[in-house]
Design a protein around this ligand. Structure first.
Ligand code: PLP
Length: 372
């Protein structure tokens, strides 16, 4: 089996699973319970929150736990845009976004908010000049990803911050860092809101985070009690949160070595793919090395994906949430070519991927392409 779909989900690290099991069995009480067992669970939760805050360079009060990045993006965008609607209803986003950002923006559009899309340059970065021209006094939010899930393109977060500070300090910067946390250095000091999920860095499914800077306000979208925070109701799952903390510690303390290693794999893959005439690499060189997106000219990517899967090789055509046979919006945004956008494959790498696996993938892909 050759798994090259780590941007969709990662296998749980055994140490992370161990901490999940230990916390689930050792702490049986609800952290909100008033008795001593509840207090012990709450103290443990607070210890993890302090540790996660330290790793992310934020304050413990700025951490909100959720069920995953989808919920975090919904809460950040809907919650803040509802709260600040008296200042305006104009939101700027991009065509690179995951559906948990783009569909949330669409739902606000249906409520009467105005959504505009900033142009993307061929290297996958937003066009800052176009952004300048879109910003208005009633723009309340820019919502975009630090690393997008299809191309792995990175955005100039510090430049966007500079722009906002100089002219639009009231406009919030919301960053979806789901493909960035644990993989690249995230400029936490420049964001107002930021989201991610544990299952993208060897944690368990079902746990996410929203960083909300203390000065930012939100209207909650889930009602029913104020367990750890007034902004998200529901009993906090200590074992999931603790295991997210363990996964984050492992990812952050090894981030640079993993990055260098994966960059070498990415180089190798790019060089190997260069030998195939009908393959065009879409991912920008300056993007995240963890994601490599390509178009296969004249062949349906879906069929390539299926033939690879018959050989137990698993890659994505787009991000896992967009399985319909529609063109890739990010690839169209940078190429303006519908054919290229209809035939994309996404290969996503890990520090667990070996050189041998990359070599084997290149050989098998060559055979699959030749079979059409
Ligand atoms: N944002 C990005 C950039 C993603 O890649 C994903 C998942 O692929 C999400 C948000 C949604 O994450 P989750 O599946 O944890 O809700």
């Amino acid at each position: 089996m050759l798994y090259l779909d780590y941007a969709a989900n990662t296998p749980v690290d055994p140490k992370v699973l161990e901490s999940f099991t230990k916390l689930s069995t050792e702490y049986i009480a609800n952290p909100n319970a008033a008795h001593t067992l509840g207090k012990a669970a709450k103290d443990k939760l607070d210890d993890y929150t302090a540790e996660i805050a330290l790793l992310l360079e934020v304050k413990p009060s700025e951490i909100i736990y959720t069920s995953g990045a989808t919920e975090s993006n919904n809460l950040a965008i809907i919650g803040a845009c509802h709260y600040y609607k008296r200042y305006g209803k104009h939101i700027i986003t991009t065509y690179l976004e995951h559906s948990s950002v783009s569909s949330t923006a669409t739902s606000l559009h249906n409520e009467g908010y105005e959504i505009e899309f900033v142009d993307i340059l061929p290297n996958g970065e937003i066009d800052l000049e176009h952004l300048k021209s879109l910003l208005r006094s009633d723009t309340i939010m820019i919502a975009l990803s630090e690393v997008d899930s299809e191309l792995g393109a990175r955005q100039p977060i510090s430049k966007i911050r500079e722009l906002l500070d100089s002219k639009y300090p009231h406009c919030l910067l919301h960053v979806d860092a789901t493909q960035a946390i644990g993989k690249v250095k995230v400029p936490m000091e420049h964001v107002d809101l930021l989201t991610f999920s544990a299952h993208k860095f060897y944690g368990l499914n079902g746990c996410g985070v929203l960083i909300k800077k203390d000065k930012v306000m939100l209207e909650p979208i889930i009602h029913g009690g104020t367990s750890t925070t007034a902004f998200r109701s529901g009993t906090p799952t200590l074992a999931l949160i603790g295991s997210l903390g363990e996964a984050l510690k492992l990812a952050e303390t090894t981030r640079e070595t993993r990055y260098e290693y994966v960059s070498r794999l990415n180089d190798h893959l790019r060089k190997g793919l260069g030998a195939y005439k009908n393959v065009i690499i879409n991912s920008p060189l300056e993007g995240s090395p963890y994601i490599l997106n390509l178009s296969i000219i004249g062949i349906k990517a879906r069929e390539v994906q299926e033939r690879l899967a018959e050989r137990e090789i698993y890659v994505a055509t787009k991000s896992a949430c967009c399985t319909l046979n529609s063109p890739s919006r990010p690839v169209y945004a940078i190429t303006k070519d519908r054919k290229m956008a209809l035939s994309t494959l996404r290969i996503s790498l890990s520090h667990l991927t070996t050189e041998e696996e990359v070599k084997a993938f290149l050989v098998q892909l060559g055979q699959v392409l030749a079979s059409f």
